[in-house]
Design a protein around this ligand. Structure first.
Ligand code: ZN
Length: 386
């Protein structure tokens, strides 16, 4: 059996991957907050973890891998958009407007990521369907002394968890010095983060032991991964921008709620995306969505090919030139394999490259002759990169 090697952010080393149960390999990836179209940067983790998912399925068998990616459908940005529509005179209730926004955004996300050739995860839980489990986990954290209620808020007591900061390799004091931590009168310590916050009448809310309110973002992933995968599972993925504070907070919550378990054994983070050497931002005018590119006639497979041309652990630079080159290369490769019978199994060299810490860039680059690369990459097998 192929041994997969992955860079584990926990140890900061490339390690051999050994699942808890090879019959049921489990991966959780933080999904999108559904308030708007996915921008190009949002596509990177989708494609990186799609390749990992496909590789795991190839090695352990399709029915032996469970991939969970959540939808965050309770968030102040979603509320703001619904309130904006209401302000424009929409007569429907805020709940109805929030539900509409969420539904349309999830449908866009599916359509856009399908166009990039990404398989859908086995489960795509929505945060609003797990509020009861979040409340139960928060109550448990309070009972164990890791959280406290004040003024309708529930906060996680960061100093109660000794290993806080281990994933990103920082101490709590360094983090306080460097981070934009919010000082608030209801916090014992500026590092403490919100598990639950009160909702007034204009906001969505659920009844809880601490009054009507809504969950903080971090508790969503801890509660959903526990419910769907258990207290210990194999891989937790996401963009490097989520490592702190989101992933540190997930670890703190889960480790304190289930001290007997290990939570995620392997943490895999993809680096960020830039556009023409600059951070993508609305103010720089280089911000665009996946849909913008598709609408301009850029095929999904070209976007995928450009993205996978850079190793996930390195910053990825999207450039016009790369897009053009990818279109030309793919056109040539398609012509080279035209008429060939689609491969039943992925090429051994391709599996080998991907098992080496998802070396997509190596597989695409010049290790093999042109025709074998063309065959490997556009062959139509379950592991092809297009
Ligand atoms: Zn998460």
């Amino acid at each position: 059996m192929t041994t997969i090697r992955l860079r584990n952010s926990k140890s900061r080393k490339v390690e051999e991957f050994h699942p808890i149960d090879p019959e049921n390999v489990q991966m959780y990836v933080c999904g999108p907050t559904v308030y708007d179209r996915a921008h190009l940067g949002n596509a990177r983790p989708v494609l990186v973890f799609d390749v990992l998912y496909r590789l795991l399925r190839h090695v352990y068998g399709e029915r032996h891998v469970t991939y969970v990616r959540n939808f965050t459908d309770v968030d102040d940005k979603i509320n703001a958009e619904a309130q904006r529509r209401k302000g424009l005179g929409d007569p429907r209730s805020l709940e109805a407007l929030i539900a509409e926004r969420t539904e349309e955004t999830i449908a866009w996300y599916h359509a856009d990521m399908d166009a990039l050739g990404a398989l859908r995860p086995d489960q795509e839980p929505r945060a609003t369907a797990f509020i009861g489990q979040m409340i139960a986990m928060i109550a448990d954290l309070i009972a164990k002394g890791h959280a406290y209620e004040k003024e309708g808020h529930v906060l996680f007591r960061v100093r109660s968890y000794q290993n806080y900061g281990a994933l990103s390799g920082r101490s709590v004091d360094d983090m306080i010095a460097g981070a934009r931590v919010e000082v608030a009168p209801f916090k014992e310590d500026p590092m403490d983060f919100v598990l639950w916050k009160p909702s007034d009448e204009d906001l969505p809310g659920w009844d809880s032991p601490w009054g009507r309110g809504r969950p903080g973002w971090h508790i969503e992933c801890s509660a959903m991964s526990y419910e769907l995968l258990g207290a210990s599972f194999d891989i937790h993925g996401g963009g490097i921008d989520l490592q702190f504070p989101h992933h540190e907070n997930e670890i703190a919550q889960s480790a304190c709620a289930h001290p007997e378990a290990g939570f995620a054994n392997y943490w895999v983070h993809n680096e960020m995306l830039q556009v023409e050497g600059k951070k993508m931002s609305k103010s720089l005018g280089n911000f665009f969505t996946v849909r913008d590119l598709l609408d301009q006639g850029v095929p999904g497979e070209v976007i995928r090919f450009v993205m996978l041309g850079t190793h996930y652990g390195k910053p990825m630079d999207w450039t016009e030139r790369k897009r053009e080159e990818a279109e030309t290369t793919l056109r040539k490769w398609r012509a080279l394999v035209d008429g060939a019978v689609p491969a039943a199994h992925p090429a051994a060299e391709l599996v080998e490259a991907l098992a080496d810490d998802l070396n997509t860039a190596g597989a695409i680059a010049d290790k093999f002759d042109k025709k074998s690369r063309a065959k490997m990459i556009v062959s139509g097998s379950s592991l092809s990169l297009t």
